[in-house]
Design a protein around this ligand. Structure first.
Ligand SMILES: [Zn+2]
Length: 244
């Protein structure tokens, strides 16, 4: 993987930590193009300080192909491996323990829906994977990938969420918007009867957000957070050229 790929992945992890979407747990990976392998950070390295030279290349069976000798991949790497195996369109995966979104796995009869104009992918509701245990093996990872289906988000009961996208910049955007959407639904619930976006409203919003705009928007969100992270001392100056 290129130095730019490595800086992108490290920056994504640091920025998701800055936003509270990753804590001491959770992980992000990037597919290694043309191979059954992925780039991921170490199980033990702080998400606040993930460094490009501390990343691991791991095959889909969990074998470490490259990386520092004192690093090992997160135990839940099958989340990533099995989604890449099932979805050729996915280039980046994030597993977060999103505080607001998890709440939607802990109640009966309430589904996380599209509440904001940038939550359109969740119009039909976000699926909840029923297995509350850590994803430790390929069979569990494959079951989670099946719950995700062709979507970009799935909740994991009493645990967290998994987000999938074509690139690191896209998956970062999805994580941020997923949490914003969950927070919006929780807040609206406090006020009264929920009125999620209707089918007609969603169609109109899709019409007004062409693909080219969506790609531009992901980059805009990424640049905003990279700049914020740089100002906060989280993103080194030397990474900016590759990130922006
Ligand atoms: Zn987890």
């Amino acid at each position: 993987m290129t130095a730019q790929n490595r800086q992108q992945l490290a920056a994504c992890v640091r920025l998701l930590h800055m936003e509270g979407l990753l804590t001491y747990n959770g992980h992000v990976s990037m597919r290694v193009p043309g191979a059954d392998a992925l780039l991921i950070h170490s199980l033990v390295d702080s998400r606040a300080e993930v460094a490009p030279d501390r990343l691991l290349t791991v095959d889909f069976d969990g074998k470490v192909l490259d990386g520092p000798a004192d690093c090992r991949p997160p135990s839940e790497y099958p989340i990533h491996a099995e989604i890449y195996r099932a979805r050729a369109d996915v280039g980046a995966v994030a597993h977060i323990h999103s505080e607001h979104a998890i709440a939607f796995t802990l109640v009966e009869g309430i589904t996380l829906r599209a509440m904001r104009c940038d939550g359109l992918n969740w119009a039909a509701g976000v699926p909840v994977h029923p297995d509350p245990t850590r994803i430790r093996c390929a069979a569990q990872g494959a079951a989670l990938a099946a719950t995700l289906g062709n979507g970009d988000a799935a909740l994991m009961r009493a645990h967290g969420a998994v987000l999938a996208a074509a690139s690191i910049i896209e998956v970062f955007k999805t994580c941020v918007q997923f949490e914003e959407n969950a927070r919006a639904q929780l807040l609206a619930t406090q006020l009264g009867k929920l009125a999620p976006l209707t089918t007609a409203e969603i169609a109109a919003l899709r019409e007004s957000h062409p693909d080219a705009f969506r790609a531009h928007y992901a980059r805009k969100i990424w640049r905003y957070y990279v700049t914020q992270g740089h100002s906060a001392g989280i993103i080194p100056e030397s990474w900016l050229e590759a990130l922006l």
